[in-house]
Design a protein. Structure first.
Length: 326
């Protein structure tokens, strides 16, 4: 039985790795485009403004007019007891699709992206809730112990040291959601806060944030508070995470229509359903091998008896007309 189940999972695994990991993340899939985002820029974390603030890492967002633009990492006042799961770009169905971040009791799957500062690709090592208070891990977060006293030190090991900003496809991370992360995806979630949305909107109106202008190294890579794009709390990128390559098509050409994205997602779902069916059939055949039908015994050929010859009465020859009758 165990071997049969192993066969079934091998069939499924082959298809799982050919599709986007995001199909299993259970989060909202938004914009889809034909070109991948630039690498995550190299930058330092601004100091935490005070107790209760939670770090949300920077990311590349999309604008239909200007293409990719950088949304600086920033500190936000967190909902008590909640942790932030960052959004990520994932390859699937021939496109790069954005999977929005969310607040929840656990940090779920975020594509295996190394966003830094506790987000090394899996989980979050930057801090933890203890009752109604958030405690900061000083080994990966920038806090002033004079202003923030709820701190501890714990080493965080990061195996993914590159700056790739998307999952799947050519050159992307190969991470897949664990069973635990899939359970977290089914929990009650809260979308980005109003302050986060306003922060993203402000970035979209700043030409310096667009990759076409900064070539992957924005002048505002992180801020102390949402919406603050100037002042002493702003941190510039040290460098781009990788050499920047301008897209070969315009943002309008790169944008995937909602209908195309739905069709691609539907195709992925059908393919997954087919894989499940094939896996079930494989397991069924392994559990129930075809029964052999009994073959009839070969009977020894019996010698056939010769039929007795029947003697026909001898016909008398008719006299010819020349002979006449006697």
């Amino acid at each position: 039985m165990n071997n049969n189940r192993a066969i079934r999972w091998l069939v499924l695994t082959g298809l799982v790795f050919s599709l986007s990991a995001a199909s299993f993340a259970g989060v909202f899939i938004g914009i889809s485009v034909r070109v991948g985002p630039p690498a995550i820029p190299v930058y330092a974390q601004p100091i935490c403004p005070g107790p209760g603030y939670f770090w949300t890492p920077g990311y590349w967002a999309w604008n239909d007019v200007g293409g990719y633009y950088w949304v600086p990492g920033t500190w936000v006042v967190a909902p008590v007891g909640m942790l932030w799961t960052p959004g990520y770009w994932g390859w699937g169905g021939g496109f790069y699709s954005w999977h929005a971040g969310y607040w929840g009791p656990h940090v779920g799957f975020y594509g295996g992206i190394n966003y830094g500062f506790g987000y090394g690709g899996v989980g979050f090592g930057g801090g933890e809730w203890r009752g109604g208070n958030f405690f900061y891990n000083r080994s990966v977060t920038n806090v002033n112990v004079t202003n923030v006293t709820n701190v501890y030190n714990r080493t965080v090991v990061v195996n993914n040291v590159n700056h790739v900003s998307y999952n799947g496809g050519t050159g992307g991370t190969t991470a897949q959601p664990s069973a635990e992360e899939q359970r977290y995806a089914q929990e009650q979630h809260t979308p980005a806060l109003a302050a986060q949305n306003q922060h993203e909107q402000a970035a979209s109106q700043n030409r310096a944030m667009f990759a076409s202008e900064n070539h992957g190294s924005p002048s505002v890579a992180a801020t102390s508070r949402p919406g603050e794009f100037s002042g002493h709390g702003v941190v510039a990128a040290k460098s781009a995470g990788a050499p920047y390559h301008a897209p070969a098509m315009s943002p309008q050409q790169a944008r995937v229509s909602p209908a195309e994205a739905r069709a691609a997602q539907s195709g992925n779902n059908r393919e997954m359903g087919g894989a499940e069916s094939r896996a079930n059939n494989s397991e069924s055949r392994a559990n129930n091998p075809p029964s052999r039908q009994p073959q009839p015994r070969s009977q020894k050929a019996q010698p056939q008896k010769a039929k007795p010859q029947q003697h026909q009465p001898k016909q008398q020859r008719e006299p010819s007309k020349h002979e006449g009758r006697r």
